[in-house]
Design a protein around this ligand. Structure first.
Ligand code: HEM
Length: 451
């Protein structure tokens, strides 16, 4: 089915925001520099000075920022179909996200989300966890042999290996997958480029070349998987049919796979890095998790165990609360909308922030502290959008159970094999990088003590 280009995509952003309190900061770049270093602090200043709804500017864009769970709910549930995800992400990331689920709205989005249904059913999930364990075991043994071990690059490699297997049914060895991996990394680099032009010599061009190489690869892979059996996502997607019983085109399936890789990889890499960062600091919590895992009496978590490891589950939730891998979510209005008492014209950019909502003092006790037990106390249940690292509504993360499974499988493997310690005292207070995803600046050097 072909969907016509929606009328609202033809308009530029509305930047007439005089009636909204707030500030833009520097011309063009706005508050980008401060925000990159201290995102929570900048949002908190806006909240305290101008209230929950204010105007702001980052990376050449002017927008309205709406802080708190009520606005998360309004934008995510979007009961009147007022907010476009496609136009929200279009300016910063549209070229890289092309064809992905976040670049589709309303009925078109619903039609496309169907492509992913079989790949995320329980049977498929069960098979993915079995594919993960041997790769995790192999890599963890390799980690222990490294003299100068840094967690971040190693978990990134591990998750790429798992991604190649689970998403594509491929092993990482071999020139083809290495080239694929490089294209993927180039694309990630290009997404961060400040000058966003596909011109020779620019990082953006390198990223777009990566994207074009991935497109070529995926548009060829999809037809090869039609009518085939397999437990990988590419095979599931390639064999999914529309309600009319037709396959989705090679291009459509290929573009969804590329977006899926993007959405899955850095988010889980960041969550695991931040978890190990907190657990190296908090040895008591590390012991508690290890005891819970040892009590299961198995070398690996099975699918059914995921809901039984309550402490590990609360740790996952707490990590996503403190440093949500998607700290800001973007939408653009498609019609006139009322937001916190202000009327917004069509085509106005709006951002909401899990990062801020997850640390608001009026909802959370000691919000800046690592305290997984807050989920035993059910602090998060005071409002249905108070804890929303996976978003909500039509665009709610389709991979949330996969992320949960991957996080628990990798972390349990690590904790059962090694005690994790910092290399130097005071490491916990070292510098953090928040964008594009949270991680310690030093890439988290660690000592792994075999158990
Ligand atoms: C801790 C890990 C993850 C976090 C925190 C996360 C977070 C999110 C968020 C917040 C959204 C919604 C964005 C919005 O509405 O603006 C989203 C969408 C999405 N995520 Fe995730 N994600 C994670 C892992 C994954 C994984 C592992 C996959 C795939 C296996 C995945 C696939 C997707 C897809 C396809 C969408 C678009 C859904 C749609 O538009 O209908 N994510 N994710």
């Amino acid at each position: 089915m072909d969907f016509a280009l929606p009328e609202y995509t033809r308009f530029k952003d509305n930047t007439k925001l005089d009636h909204i309190p707030g500030r833009y900061g520097l011309p063009l770049l706005g508050e980008t520099f401060r925000f990159v270093l201290q995102p929570f602090e900048v949002l908190d200043e806006h909240y305290r000075k101008y209230g929950p709804v204010s105007k702001a500017s980052l990376t050449f864009q002017k927008f309205v920022v709406a802080l708190g769970p009520e606005f998360m709910q309004q934008l995510m549930l979007d009961s009147k179909q007022s907010f476009s995800a496609r136009m929200g992400y279009n300016t910063p990331l549209g070229d890289f996200f092309a064809g992905g689920l976040l670049m589709r709205d309303f009925d078109e989005h619903k039609f496309h989300r169907r492509i992913m249904q079989t790949a995320f059913k329980i049977d498929a999930m069960r098979s993915y966890v079995d594919l993960m364990h041997p790769i995790i075991d192999r890599e963890l043994s390799r980690w222990g042999q490294q003299a100068d071990f840094h967690f971040y690059p190693n978990i990134k490699t591990l998750l790429l290996d798992i991604g190649a297997k689970v998403f594509l049914g491929m092993d990482m060895e071999g020139p083809e997958t290495r080239a694929l991996n490089q294209s993927f990394l180039d694309m990630n680099e290009g997404m961060l480029a400040l000058i966003r032009k596909d011109w020779p010599g620019l990082t953006y061009r390198k990223g777009m070349d990566g994207r074009r190489a991935l497109e070529k690869f995926f548009f060829d892979v999809v037809p090869q998987r039609r009518g085939k059996q397999g437990n990988d996502m590419a095979t599931f997607f390639a064999n999914e049919k529309t309600e009319e019983g037709e396959y989705y085109s090679d291009q459509v399936v290929g573009e969804h796979l590329i977006f899926l890789l993007l959405a899955a990889h850095d988010t889980t890499t960041s969550a695991l890095t931040m978890a190990v960062h907190c657990l190296a600091h908090d040895q008591q919590w590390q012991d508690r998790l290890r005891e819970e895992l040892q009590a299961l009496g198995k070398p690996h978590l099975e699918y059914e165990d995921l809901s039984r490891v309550t402490d590990l589950d609360h740790c996952f939730k707490e990590i996503l609360r403190m440093n949500p891998p998607v700290p800001m979510m973007m939408r653009r209005t498609v019609k006139e909308v009322e937001l916190g008492g202000y009327l917004l014209q069509p085509h106005t950019m709006v951002q909401i922030s899990p990062l801020y909502t997850h640390r608001m003092e009026q909802w959370w006790t000691r919000p800046h502290q690592f305290d997984p037990d807050r989920f035993t106390r059910e602090e998060h249940k005071q409002h249905s959008f108070l804890w929303a690292p996976f978003g909500g509504g039509a665009h709610k993360c389709i991979g949330l159970h996969f992320a949960d499974m991957l996080f628990k499988a990798a972390l349990s493997g690590l904790l059962l094999k090694y005690r994790v310690r910092y290399v130097k005292p005071g490491q916990h207070d070292g510098r953090m990088q928040y964008f594009p995803f949270a991680k310690p600046m030093d890439n988290l050097p660690l000592v792994l003590e075999a158990l």
